[in-house]
Write a protein that binds this ligand. Structure first.
Ligand code: ADP
Ligand code: MG
Length: 258
């Protein structure tokens, strides 16, 4: 009799312990799940916040570039136009021996005016929108070749299509960031660009054959150019690969969905 009661007691205690343990496990799992969901939510909020910041930084920058572009076009351009007109007037009454010099000076002023207009267009977001990505790149290639900055080439593959204005401007700005680096640091002779239109995405490659650099070296991580290229690509839902090695040149490979 006594033994039976003890057995029942043990059974009851065991059941109570099992129930308690199971409840504890359920609670722990529940809180763990809650915690994970909270962390994911926080991460998502942070990512959305970062995206908004990148976006507004870009908008501010585009506005600044547009202002610079207008300044170049309207102010400096206007002044050069006036100088050109005055040279023409001067040439009319100038003695024969000064004619050639005045003509040459006039040509230089005209050329400067033309280059300034080209530069203004490559800065102005509206001009990029109007021309589209491919033509904007093509114009930069011509400008680099004309000014003998570097021997630039452009290869187009596939059936061309347009991306949204926003994507095209951002892609073009990434290219400008890259080409600025090429002109500033690389000592490259050649800059090869290719645009490949595939079924569902645009592939963009720009590659210089300059001195290259060590991507892992801390001294190269102070600039914001490379970081900008990455955050901008992310913003348009694309992917970027930046490759560089000492004496082997530098390359970016970007894919951007349609
Ligand atoms: N195409 C390139 N050729 C050689 N060095 C480069 C090239 N692009 C970038 N670099 C190196 O990487 C560094 C970081 O570039 P970036 O992030 O654009 O910053 P910044 O141009 O402001 O210095 C540069 O200072 C330069 O030393
Ligand atoms: Mg830079």
């Amino acid at each position: 009799m006594e033994q039976e009661r003890i057995q029942i007691l043990v059974l009851v205690v065991t059941i109570i312990v099992i129930v308690l343990a199971a409840t504890l496990v359920v609670f722990l799992l529940y809180f763990q799940k809650k915690k994970t969901a909270y962390i994911l939510k926080q991460r998502e909020i942070q990512q959305r916040f970062d995206k908004e910041i990148t976006k507004s930084k870009l908008e501010i920058q585009e506005q600044a570039l547009q202002n610079i572009s207008w300044e170049i076009h309207d102010n400096v351009g206007q002044l050069l136009s006036v100088a050109k007109i005055q040279l023409n007037i001067l040439q009319l009454n100038a003695p024969q021996e000064q004619q050639i010099k005045i003509q040459e000076t006039g040509d230089i002023v005209s050329k400067s005016l033309q280059e300034l207009r080209g530069l203004a267009k490559s800065l102005n977001p509206d001009a990029i929108k109007n021309r589209g990505f491919e033509e904007s790149i093509s114009n930069e290639v011509d400008r680099f070749n004309r000014l003998k900055f570097v021997n630039a080439s452009l290869k187009i593959l596939g059936e061309p299509f347009s991306l949204s204005n926003e994507k095209e401007i951002i892609l073009f700005r990434i290219f400008q960031e890259f080409s600025n680096n090429t002109l500033k640091y690389s000592k490259a002779k050649n800059l090869a660009i290719s645009i490949n239109y595939t079924n569902n995405q645009l592939e963009f490659i720009a590659e210089d054959d300059g001195i290259g650099f060590d991507l892992t070296d801390e001294s190269n991580q102070n600039g914001i150019g490379l970081l900008n290229m990455k955050s901008r690509t992310k913003l348009i839902g694309g992917e970027i690969e930046i490759k560089s090695a000492k004496e082997k040149g530098t390359k970016i490979f970007i894919t951007c969905p349609k």
